[in-house]
Design a protein around this ligand. Sequence first.
Ligand code: PHE
Length: 342
Amino acid sequence: MTGSEATFGTSTHKGLLLAVDEVNKAGGVNGKMLELISLDDQGKAEEAATAVTKLVTQDKVVAILGEVASSRSMAMAPIAQQYKVPMITPASTNPKVTEMGDYVFRVCFIDPFQGTVMAKFAKDNLKAKKVAILRDVKSDYSMGLSEFFVQSFKAGGGTIIETQSYSSGDIDFKSQLTSIKAKKPDAIFVPGYYTEVGLIVRQAKELKMDIPLLGGDGWDSPKLYEIGGEALNGNYFSNHYSSDDQNPLVQDFISKYKAANGGEVPDTMAVLGYDALYVLVDSMKRAKSLNGPDLRDAIASTKNFQAVTGNITLDEKRNPTKAAVVLKVDGGKYNFVGTISP
Ligand code: PHE
């Protein structure tokens, strides 16, 4: 909830608060009220590990929701697994997260799919043949997603003409962008988080690079446009949901969220947090007991659960199969371009 990806935490938290409030107002779970204990890891993997240890050993929580960024979830997962306390990450898309153990689940799609979505979009919709990559070497999410994009783009006959790197926290990307510009790509794939992406997009404009920049869910934040400004217009990213989706389930969620949060439109993290809580509650209702192994089994058997971001059936690897949307940034709005199903 603080640190360079603070909106990931604050939005997830708002989604969770809304869901917990609804569940408790409707009588709780099997007659008991839910209590949400929220800890801030400041966006640091070591802090995420410390936080989960405290939640399990001192607070004796029934389940853990989080983290959202993949590297941080990977720091938490072995601890949840060791203590046999089920963990559901709302938003971590790196495949390795749920591979860490059978107590670790997610309610979002994974990056082999997300990478394919953007590789196909670059090839089919933007007619891009040569793409450059600018990725964050400190982030498992960024490294994984770039790898899956590259595999898929090459398999479709495209060429990756340049790969450049940065590290989370960097603020100057001009030398990487200058090298990329010299190779004359048709587009640049930047699978990063919004703080660096906003700066990258701005600096690309300053270098007069008039090609689209593409990214993944890590772009989604109300802060992206604050940082990147008008330079962001005309760029695209994949995401878990679009607020333009006219599905009544989505619109109903948006109105409830706005009413609870001063008119603010929920971002993707808020929706995924909300969905994660409801998947947990559904499992708690079905579980034989709320001890770790019983609750784990109930979560693992989640089938066709109607969530706001799509129906959730968890497979044997504890991942759902869900569609992605592609959004185009325009004047501070993230406009719906299309839905891509697996
Ligand atoms: N998918 C990102 C990760 O795994 C987290 C994320 C999800 C960021 C949704 C923004 C929106 O690290």
